[in-house]
Ligand binder design. Structure first.
Ligand code: ADP
Ligand code: MG
Length: 212
């Protein structure tokens, strides 16, 4: 699904990683691990085209997406990508329902109620996002992903702001998305999240390993 080839990222004289090779297939869930500052977020951002790598390529189904123009990059993000950010990236001043509707295809907004049930926020459609707690906002972001059904899901520390039960629920939802055939990549320093993944990739050593 997505293949990184000889990916390099530097900020000035500092190289985060060099010649990084990694690929994630549909139906697989991969953990990105490594010390704080090793470049997990930056790697996710390169995969999601939010940052440009300094070298190498990011191929999505045979297209080098780093070479797409602005319109092509926007379409790639819109049609294929689901991002679960550390800071939720919700529309704060809008209702829960409005935040889910932006992810739904036109005329296909029926499954928002079901997605909210799934994340434990059933019946909360009309509430304004800025009245929700951090953990609840994270779950709205997760419900938005469920509605969008992207083929590639990139999640950055998705359990960071959550208690144990909600963290487990997030992992469970991401696991289910991978079983439905999506490729899921999760940057995490949470051992329980890593262990729930099929494989793990250490951004500090550029080594793939089995978390089990
Ligand atoms: N735009 C930037 N300019 C300069 N340095 C940056 C920039 N973005 C990230 N960094 C640095 O790159 C390193 C890796 O950051 P990050 O990808 O957030 O790591 P991680 O998610 O593994 O903690 C950090 O030292 C950070 O300060
Ligand atoms: Mg990070």
């Amino acid at each position: 699904m997505i293949t990184l080839n000889k990916l390099t990222k530097s900020f000035g004289a500092r190289t985060l990683w060099e010649d990084l090779d990694l690929s994630v297939e549909p139906g697989r869930m991969l953990a990105l691990v490594g010390a704080s500052g090793s470049g997990k977020t930056t790697l996710l951002n390169c995969m999601g085209l939010l940052e440009r790598p300094s070298g190498g390529s990011v191929r999505f189904r045979d297209t080098d997406v780093t070479r797409l123009g602005p319109g092509g990059q926007r379409r790639f993000r819109r049609d294929h990508l689901g991002y679960l950010f550390q800071d939720y990236a919700l529309i704060e001043n809008a209702t829960v329902k409005a935040n889910l509707d932006v992810a739904a295809r036109r005329g296909d907004r029926s499954d928002t109620a079901e997605a909210l049930e799934r994340v434990g926020l059933g019946g909360r459609e009309k509430e304004k996002v800025h009245h929700l707690s951090g953990g609840e906002q994270q779950r709205v972001a997760l419900a938005r992903l469920i509605v969008k059904r992207p083929s590639l899901v990139l999640a950055d520390e998705p359990t960071g702001a959550l208690d144990h039960a909600n963290g487990a629920m997030v992992v469970d939802v991401l696991r289910r998305m991978s079983r439905e055939g999506r490729a899921v990549v999760i940057a995490t320093h949470d051992d329980a999240v890593r262990d729930a993944c099929d494989v793990a990739f250490d951004v500090s050593t550029l080594r793939m390993f089995s978390p089990h």
